[in-house]
Design a protein around this ligand. Sequence first.
Ligand SMILES: C[S@@+](CC[C@H](N)C(=O)[O-])C[C@H]1O[C@@H](n2cnc3c(N)ncnc32)[C@H](O)[C@@H]1O
Length: 427
Amino acid sequence: MSSILSSPWAQPENWDFRDADTKEGTHVIHSYPAMMIPQVARGLIARLRRLNADAQTLLDPFCGAGTVLVEAARQGLASWGNDLNPLALRIARARTTPVDEAVLTRESDRLQEALTASRLARWDGPIPAFKGRDYWFKAEVSRALAFVQQQIARQLTDPDVRRLAEVAFSETVRLASNTRNGEFKLYRIPADRLAAFQPDVLALFSQTWQRYRAGLGEFNAALRQAAATRIVYGDSRRLAGVPDAFFDLMVTSPPYGDSRTTVAYGQFSRLSLEWLGVPPEEARRVDRQLLGGRQTPDSPAGAMLPAAVQTGLAAIAVQDPARAGEVQAFYRDLDRALGAITQKLRPGALCAWVVANRTVKRVVLPTNTIIAELAMARGYELIEDLSRNIPNKRMPLANSPSNVPGQTGVTMTQEHLVILRYRGSQA
Ligand SMILES: C[S@@+](CC[C@H](N)C(=O)[O-])C[C@H]1O[C@@H](n2cnc3c(N)ncnc32)[C@H](O)[C@@H]1O
């Protein structure tokens, strides 16, 4: 879709960032599905600030691993992030919290001294139990993970350093688990390859920890000077913990669809959450809680949704009514989130939504048009709709239910950067 209103500040730019380093500074901390690339977050914030040089506050209601929050902090903005995935919140906090270098060195030295193979060989501590542990982790791996975890708890006294180490531990859990590399969903390494899989937990943790320390070293000074970053656990359909009429800017990338058929954030996070001691029922329900995770039976099909959704729903319903219901639930939830977000904005606030179009049952759902129409019905004006190719993002294959083992690849090849201004009264 070409831009509807041409903007005086728009310059021809290439938003693809094909060869960009997406792991600079604290962006190296922990992988996460469908992250925004830092260059897009940086460019969008700068672009919005050219329209409002006085902007001081930014909201990301679907903050995930915190890419937008890191870039907002580096540009001196006070930002709030919100997400329903407890792992995302831990990663976002680790990425945005500066740590005193001297404290980090002292604590890190103590930890490294404790994490030796000989101490591990003698160690006889408790190993956390949870359902499925022995399926997803070899016995010696669980033992080594429990040892690392105990040393983190014993040796690290500074809460910020400990949080960073727990996130490094979570990444180690992923790397050392019997899950197939690079999958969002939980798939086990095939039995014939499992015997050869012998991860060295101490080495994996140590390498991860060194990477994080170097990344933090790059951004520490900027993060220390930044205004505060607040990260809250909450549902973007309500945003209960976020102040009203407070934000000058909103930059976000919502999920592409429900977690079951697009990106399984909960499954991605589950083993880490179990190890981190998040109650199992909480660790296991993340996907159901996210946008589109539950259908609301009270809503007539397509009611209140823009024509672009209704047409799509009708075409999907002919082939698969249940699927149409899932898609409808997702867009209704997206609209609810838009309503909650609007409450949080100051009149005149500028918003950037990074969205990709989906194909369900060969029906294209133009989320960029849909978000623009939903927003215009709530008192926004569309400023611009830019598009970019996605060379870096690994997404599940289209025409889901996807996440088929081994089938990840770039299929949503374009995403849209939809820029809107909130006029100041929600319809
Ligand atoms: C595309 S990801 C955001 C990635 C983020 N921009 C980054 O760079 O890491 C979408 C996020 O929305 C979150 N999410 C989905 N439904 C939500 C809801 N109802 N409330 C809060 N967060 C939700 C998911 O947990 C996920 O972290």
